[in-house]
Design a protein around this ligand. Structure first.
Ligand SMILES: C[C@H](O)[C@H](O)[C@H]1CNC2=NC(N)=NC(=O)C2=N1
Length: 99
């Protein structure tokens, strides 16, 4: 379900570190390449459980996630913020540093 602007602001305040870029939210973590691969596998397992998937950009020393709801016409929904919070937990477990 689509969120109103105040709802987006409220959700965003619950996931500090995530940045809104129009109709998506993004966050980068510092992690070396192979550790990034391991983290992505863990994130992919959770994504399969929740049926929601981030766009992922892996570089040699950092990893960037970008989330929007494709089924809602590339707009923000609560599912985006729920996945963001799950990714934060996985990042902590993998020792990824917030950027
Ligand atoms: C049927 C399935 O649940 C949908 O295609 C899901 C899969 N993962 C998804 N992930 C994201 N980010 N947006 C979606 O709209 C989406 N749709």
């Amino acid at each position: 379900m689509l969120l109103t602007e105040p709802e987006i602001a409220e959700h965003l305040s619950q996931v500090p570190g995530w940045v809104r870029e129009n109709d998506r939210i993004t966050r980068s973590y510092g992690i070396r390449y192979h550790g990034g691969v391991a983290m992505i596998v863990h994130v992919a397992d959770v994504e399969r459980l929740v049926s929601h998937h981030a766009d992922i950009d892996l570089r040699w020393d950092h990893l960037r996630f970008s989330i929007t709801t494709h089924d809602a016409g590339h707009r923000l929904t609560a599912a985006d913020f729920e996945l963001a919070a799950r990714i934060d937990g996985i990042a902590r477990a993998h020792g990824a540093s917030p950027l």
